[in-house]
Design a protein around this ligand. Structure first.
Ligand SMILES: Nc1ncnc2c1ncn2[C@@H]1O[C@H](COP(=O)(O)OP(=O)(O)OP(=O)(O)O)[C@@H](O)[C@H]1O
Ligand SMILES: [Mg+2]
Length: 424
């Protein structure tokens, strides 16, 4: 143990030194308060035995300064005093001293006081250590809890994707059947209508050939019937119907094709089998993701896409779709009334670069560095979890890619994802 002795009187100092020396401690000496304070700062003694009355700085001030210094390890302080009135003692303890000895003292008494001090130092220090350990453990617990919440949030998102996939697979199965027969019926209808049209044309031709001089030879009854047919034909605009029916059938066919595509996209967007690593066509992934979230975007933004000729990317299609979904949803949510979302893909060196630009509210400069932090959100409580971009960041990192954000408040934001393309 290191003991600092602060005492201006040479004889008293010697006496203290003698009492302390026998117990085998290291001794530092100071002949006034100021020097004692300097030595305290420099050497951090475990114990300070200080006289009360000293030149330059008295023992009480020294005591106060030590307690105010905020030193981590506890130093035990014994004040030597010639006074022992109750009011004096209050001052001693108020200043932060642990003990006092009235001069003149017996060396044995000082030694036993030092022993008590040693025990208290030990207790204080283990208490302090315990506290520090506790704070550390608490910190670790907090960190673990935070990690858990992030993982839980990510899992929830992935689970959502998986259930979309399952749901889509079920719906797709149910829809595919009727879509199938509607499609083939439309095809047959188209053929039938061609024949019906042909028959109608021939009847029309016949009708027309009966008009004029030939009409005289017809019975009044047939003439009447022919007139009624011509009138009805005019009323219903048969020529228009003949032209329009095939067009309508064509539109219906296009409609069934689109329904089929949406279902297929939904399936491929989050199909359970798509969670395996494979070669991914990013343009296709974007297309199917767009179809899935289109309902969320269409009221907010005109979507333009400029898809380039890009190599495939090795990775997990479902996860990558999730990245695009989060980015597209953010873009739509950033647009207050009506705006634009532009999706561009291109090849840059060996990389596939996808950028999604919106004309939304933009991101404040001080928020830019936080966008990828878990739980960072500027959305109302209950609206955003703040995990979307964090998840996107993790997935892009897992694919050895990069993601970054450029933004101007009031103008809009561009999120760029760059992924290594599969070459060769
Ligand atoms: N395109 C964007 N335009 C403006 N701000 C954006 C854009 N993308 C992200 N941000 C900002 O970054 C924050 C974090 O985005 P993130 O997707 O991680 O969480 P969120 O959208 O708030 O919630 P969640 O995605 O869980 O619903 C958003 O709250 C928003 O402030
Ligand atoms: Mg989001």
């Amino acid at each position: 143990m290191k003991i600092l002795i602060a005492e201006d009187d040479y004889v008293s100092r010697l006496l203290v030194k003698k009492a302390v020396g026998k117990s085998g401690h290291d001794i530092i000496e100071a002949e006034n308060g100021r020097l004692a304070w300097e030595l305290f700062l420099e050497q951090s003694p475990d114990m300070v035995i200080s006289d009360w009355m000293m030149p330059e700085m008295d023992g009480i001030t020294l005591c106060q300064k030590i307690r105010a210094s905020g030193k981590k390890a506890y130093s035990y302080i014994i004040l030597l005093t010639a006074k022992d009135k109750m009011t004096d003692l209050v001052e001693v303890f108020d200043a932060g001293a642990d003990d006092y000895i009235v001069k003149p003292f017996k060396p044995d008494e000082l030694r036993s006081r030092i022993k008590t001090g040693e025990r208290i130092i030990h207790l204080e220090r283990s208490h302090h250590q315990l506290q520090e350990d506790l704070i550390l453990q608490n910190g670790k617990l907090d960190e673990a809890l935070r990690e858990l919440k992030i993982t839980q949030g990510h899992m929830l998102q992935s689970e959502k994707m998986a259930s979309i996939g399952q749901l889509a697979a079920g719906v797709a199965h149910e829809i595919n059947n009727p879509i199938g027969f509607i499609g083939s019926n439309l095809e047959a209808l188209k053929d039938y209508m061609e024949d019906v049209n042909e028959i109608l044309s021939r009847y029309q031709k016949l009708g027309r050939s009966l008009a004029g001089p030939a009409e005289k030879s017809l019975s009044a009854e047939i003439k009447e019937a022919l007139k009624a047919i011509r009138q009805f034909e005019e009323e219903k605009d048969l020529d228009y119907l003949k032209k329009d029916i095939p067009e309508l059938l064509q539109d219906c066919k296009e409609g069934t094709r689109r329904v089929g595509k949406i279902v297929a996209d939904l399936k491929s967007f989050a199909h359970p089998g798509n969670d395996r690593q494979m070669l991914v066509d990013i343009n296709k992934g974007l297309e199917s993701t767009l179809n899935v979230v289109y309902n969320e975007l269409k009221y907010k933004a005109a979507v333009t896409r400029e898809f380039g000729d890009i190599p495939r990317v090795e990775g997990f299609p479902q996860k990558l779709n999730q990245v695009f979904m989060n980015i597209l949803m953010n873009a739509a949510q950033a647009i207050e009334e009506k705006g634009e979302i532009r999706i561009e893909t291109k090849k840059e060196g060996d990389n596939v670069v996808v950028s999604v630009s919106d004309t939304g509210c933009g991101i404040k400069e001080e928020h830019l560095s936080k966008v990828f932090d878990p739980f960072f959100t500027t959305k109302e409580i209950g609206k955003g979890t703040g995990l979307g971009m964090n998840m996107a960041y993790n997935i892009v990192k897992e694919h050895k890619g990069k993601i970054f954000v450029q933004s101007t408040v009031g103008k809009g934001t561009t999120v760029t994802v760059s992924l290594p393309g599969k070459t060769g």
